[in-house]
Ligand binder design. Structure first.
Ligand code: THG
Length: 272
């Protein structure tokens, strides 16, 4: 599993405050803790409150890289904010440009811009593209898969390798009225998206969206994670500090024959 640590996000009050106060320590602690917990990448999202999002992105990237070399996932739907992060990022070990839709009313070419920026960032640079277009976030299976097909063919057209492409079918809170059909729709979409190219594009979701506002957050997150892994999802933006969740990742990998079974598979997975 390619695990992207979600914790450096201005949506969290402590991160929002740290950005406002330029308090590096809070950010560096989160970077180290998530790295120790097994994050493959660290998501970096300035949130909506930052006064100058480009400056905030650059500051976050610089602060993180002072303490660890875990590759980063620069998370913004604004090309200028991604570009600001890329100025500071060390992309040698890889980098992800996270959260472009296929297109936007105000920016028809946004996905092309992300592909161009990724190409300039180096051969390991990846993109997470959302199954979202100028009409917004689709609720049904077919529109999600249709947008994913457009994403894959646009990438092919530009010679952008499917191994550098992550598709995100966008999971939304299950607690919202009439949203309970959505987790099932996401699973069905994942099932179909994996056949859009050979090799399949990577697939990811922002798992914690699912349980926003709900009780039993960790339980909801980890059960759905196991279900999605069973359908072929190979990445997720998650709380890597949630040990129960990480145990589900390890067990799912073992049950899907991605890790050899041994009595100590849990310890082996966590590097113990
Ligand atoms: N897809 C992609 N990228 C994404 C998302 C996605 N990036 C952002 C987000 N969604 C994934 N990351 C988070 C991070 C935190 C939470 C949810 C998703 C979260 N935060 C607490 C909350 O809102 O309840 C904050 C609580 C606090 O203030 O402490 O749940 O879908 N590609």
């Amino acid at each position: 599993m390619i695990l992207i640590g979600e914790r450096i996000n201005g949506m969290f009050t402590n991160v929002k405050q740290a950005i406002a106060d330029k308090d590096k320590k809070v950010i560096q602690d989160l970077a180290k803790k998530q790295t120790d917990a097994g994050a493959t990448y660290l998501d970096v999202n300035v949130g909506t409150a930052a006064a100058d999002q480009e400056a905030a992105m650059q500051w976050l990237v610089e602060s993180i890289q002072e303490t660890c070399s875990t590759p980063l996932s620069l998370d913004s739907q604004k090309p200028a904010v991604i570009a600001a992060g890329l100025k500071a990022v060390n992309a040698e070990n890889g980098v992800i440009l996270n959260s472009t839709p296929l297109n936007k009313k105000s920016d028809e070419k946004i996905f092309d811009k992300y592909m161009e920026m990724a190409d300039n960032a180096g051969p390991k640079a990846c993109i997470i593209t959302l199954t979202m277009d100028k009409n917004g976030v689709p609720q049904d299976i077919d529109t999600r898969v249709a947008i994913a097909a457009d994403i894959v063919s646009k990438a092919m057209e530009k010679g952008f390798d499917s191994q550098r492409l992550f598709i995100d079918p966008i999971i939304l809170p299950v607690k919202v009225p009439n949203a309970q059909v959505q987790p099932g729709n996401i699973l069905a979409a994942i099932d179909q998206i994996r056949y859009l190219s050979e090799p399949a594009p990577h697939m990811t979701i922002g798992l914690s969206n699912l349980s926003q506002g709900a009780t039993e957050r960790s339980l909801i997150n980890r059960v759905f994670l196991a279900m999605a892994i069973a359908r072929g999802m190979d990445s997720a933006i998650v709380d890597v500090l949630d040990q129960d969740l990480m145990n589900v990742v390890a067990t799912s990998e073992m049950l899907m024959n991605k890790q050899i079974y041994s009595d100590s598979f849990l310890k082996v997975y966590s590097g113990g």
